[in-house]
Ligand binder design. Structure first.
Ligand code: SF4
Ligand code: SF4
Length: 106
């Protein structure tokens, strides 16, 4: 399998999977700026902190990411590095079951 041939199919399955999207230090400021929010308001509205000091994005009740819409990620230009890095820099054990781009490489 040649990951350099990976092409995202915009299926949004990665954003629908349960599991933490953890922010790197400072990413909350960039995301808040993108949304025109004060950083503290952004954190209160969109983040949880189950393990200090790391922020994770909240999920909707269906376990989809809080920023996932029918049109895709509503903060795509400011999405966290965890999202940008998938799947070229990290893959979960279930990624091949869900990611349509990875399935095309099999
Ligand atoms: S921030 Fe955007 S790209 Fe990342 S999981 Fe949420 S909807 Fe998907
Ligand atoms: S699951 Fe894979 S193909 Fe689908 S949007 Fe995410 S990265 Fe792209």
């Amino acid at each position: 399998m040649d990951l350099t041939q990976f092409k995202c199919q915009r299926c949004n399955k990665c954003c629908e999977q349960p599991g933490d999207v953890t922010l790197r230090h400072g990413e909350e400021e960039l995301m808040a700026q993108f949304l025109g929010l004060d950083t503290r308001d952004f954190v209160n509205q969109y983040c949880d902190m189950p393990v200090k000091p790391r922020l994770i994005l909240k999920e909707n009740t269906n376990q989809h990411c809080i920023f996932l819409t029918k049109e895709g990620c509503s903060i795509y230009a400011a999405r966290p590095s965890q999202c940008r890095d998938f799947p070229l820099k990290w893959i979960a054990p279930t990624s091949f079951d869900t990611c349509e781009g990875l399935q095309k490489l099999l």
